[in-house]
Write a protein that binds this ligand. Structure first.
Ligand SMILES: [Zn+2]
Length: 410
């Protein structure tokens, strides 16, 4: 490291520590910003000589990054942006904070993938899925896939891509790369890939297979998959790795499959890695269990239509459900996407709605014929359900509000 880079790293740590001390969050963003002003190549310099994996996609990045970190820790120290600061400032801080880590597992915002490919020269890039998110802000999803395809073609070079064979947008973007390991990670949300991203023709689907009726783009044969029965991942040689995840749902088993595929590219034996994934109990508050007044709440974060659909698949069928919706800047101001989500699976159970935009949710539930109760906040929601388990599903800032109510539970 150059003297300037060392100085920048020191300033970064100081700024992050000051930010934490004054209660402004974990300081990742401000620290990284300061460091990059002093040395614009700081991220590149800090990544040099490390074995890096980038993890990106619309949903599941934070959890998959956490699983991957747990797996890689079997063979060494791992730098990671575990607090979800997933832009270059956060990556710079994660690396600066772990100078001795020879591995790095970095969650990457979809829009920064190209920049990170150039700066961090990753050994592996994991691409999970692409679907609509933050309607008024994010790039249209097919345009984002096209941008990834271009970026990967230009910069992936020696990088191995671990990609979801079940998402046509991911397959199209990744198929320009020479080295791809395919994972059958599933796709619960197909509305953004009804047509072929390559030519615009109709995609045919039969079971898990899909194929373009015009250009022939189709589902590649996956090397890794989630077992159809039980809780296990099946590897390239047909070996079965049992999972006993604390995190719920098929989606998390798929995230685990991706993490095992990534870890094995770094030389970790999946049989050694799999038990480590079961130690993960919650991820930055996601899936955390908290208790108040005899109610045991499980907190699920769902930011977009695909995320809400996946959370309905994860929740237990009996307990009451609390839904909380906000529309602040980071959520996107437009809540019309809730009309893309099918809420009918909630019919017949106790549903309580809250959050800044609770009335939007109420109208949506009425359209789907789901009975509900509207309350002012999470405290009132807790009071409105009987003692026992409760499933809570919230979008980004609504989730953070609930986390704050429980002392920023992790
Ligand atoms: Zn096509």
């Amino acid at each position: 490291m150059t003297p300037r880079a060392k100085f920048a790293t020191t300033l970064l740590r100081t700024a992050a520590a000051l930010s934490r001390a004054t209660g402004r969050g974990d300081g990742s963003v401000i620290g990284g910003r300061v460091g990059l002003i002093v040395e614009p190549r700081l991220l590149e310099l800090l990544a040099e000589g490390r074995h890096v994996v980038l993890i990106s996609g619309t949903n599941g990045k934070t959890t998959t990054t956490r699983f991957t970190t747990a797996a890689l820790e079997a063979i060494g120290r791992v730098a990671t942006n575990s607090f979800g600061a997933n832009m270059p400032t956060g990556h710079t801080t994660a690396l600066a904070k772990a100078p001795k880590a020879e591995y790095a597992a970095l969650e990457c915002d979809e829009h920064y993938l190209g920049q990170l490919l150039d700066a961090a020269r990753p050994k592996v890039v994991a691409l999970l899925n692409l679907s609509r998110d933050q309607l008024d802000r994010a790039m249209e999803v097919t345009a984002l896939a096209a941008k990834w395809r271009q970026t990967l073609e230009a910069s992936a070079g020696q990088t191995t891509i671990v990609a979801n064979a079940d998402d046509p947008l991911i397959v199209w973007a990744a198929s320009v790369c020479e080295r791809v390991v395919w994972v059958a990670a599933g796709q619960s949300w197909t509305a953004d890939s009804a047509i072929c991203p390559n030519c615009g023709a109709h995609l045919d689907r039969f079971g898990e297979f899909w194929r373009c009726t015009n250009c022939g783009l189709n589902r590649p044969s996956p090397q890794w998959s989630v077992a159809h029965q039980g809780e296990a991942v099946v590897g390239p040689d047909g070996r079965r790795y049992e999972l006993n995840l604390q995190l719920p749902g098929r989606v998390n088993r798929a995230n685990a499959a991706t993490a095992l595929a990534v870890a094995s590219l770094f030389g970790v034996d999946p049989a050694q890695a799999a038990p480590r994934l079961s130690e993960v109990a919650s991820v930055a508050g996601r899936y955390a269990r908290v208790e108040r007044d005899g109610r045991q709440l499980r907190l699920l974060l769902a930011k977009n239509p695909a995320g809400w659909l996946e959370s309905f698949d994860m929740i237990d069928p009996v307990p009451p459900v609390v839904l909380s919706l906000n529309a602040r800047e980071v959520d996107g101001f437009d809540t019309s996407w809730i009309y893309d989500v099918d809420f009918t699976s909630l019919a017949g159970r106790k549903v309580v709605v809250t959050g800044d935009r609770r009335t939007d949710l109420a109208v949506r539930l009425e359209v789907d014929g789901v009975d509900f109760l509207v309350v002012d906040d999470i405290r009132a929601a807790i009071a409105a359900v009987p003692p026992g388990p409760v499933e809570v599903v919230a979008n980004y800032t609504a989730f953070q509000d609930i986390r704050a109510e429980f002392n920023r539970v992790n």
